[in-house]
Design a protein around this ligand. Structure first.
Ligand SMILES: [Zn+2]
Length: 92
């Protein structure tokens, strides 16, 4: 399964951490801030251990039964624990 990691760089005369993302984006598009970088990289979930926030990646605890580990088998992730669930890594 592919995901896109997008990196956006916005320059503003105030710290960008205290504002909502949509306000920052609006400032960048209307000229109150400047967007100097917008890159999107397609990645396979299996290439990105940091993508564990999606809940499914090789080596993570199974989010379904929480007693097994997810293991990459072919183009699937399979739970080694009691549920044995599989998750396809191929976009459908
Ligand atoms: Zn499981």
């Amino acid at each position: 399964m592919s995901y896109y990691r997008t990196v956006v760089e916005i320059w503003s005369d105030y710290p960008g951490t205290g504002v909502e993302l949509e306000d920052l984006a609006r400032a960048a598009t209307c000229g109150d801030a400047i967007c100097t970088r917008q890159e999107s990289i397609e990645m396979e979930i299996s290439e990105c251990p940091e993508m564990e926030f999606f809940g499914y990646a090789d080596g993570l605890e199974c989010p379904d039964c929480r007693c097994g580990t997810l293991e990459e088998v072919g183009d699937e992730l399979r739970c080694t624990g009691e549920c044995g669930n599989t998750t396809s890594l191929v976009a459908s």
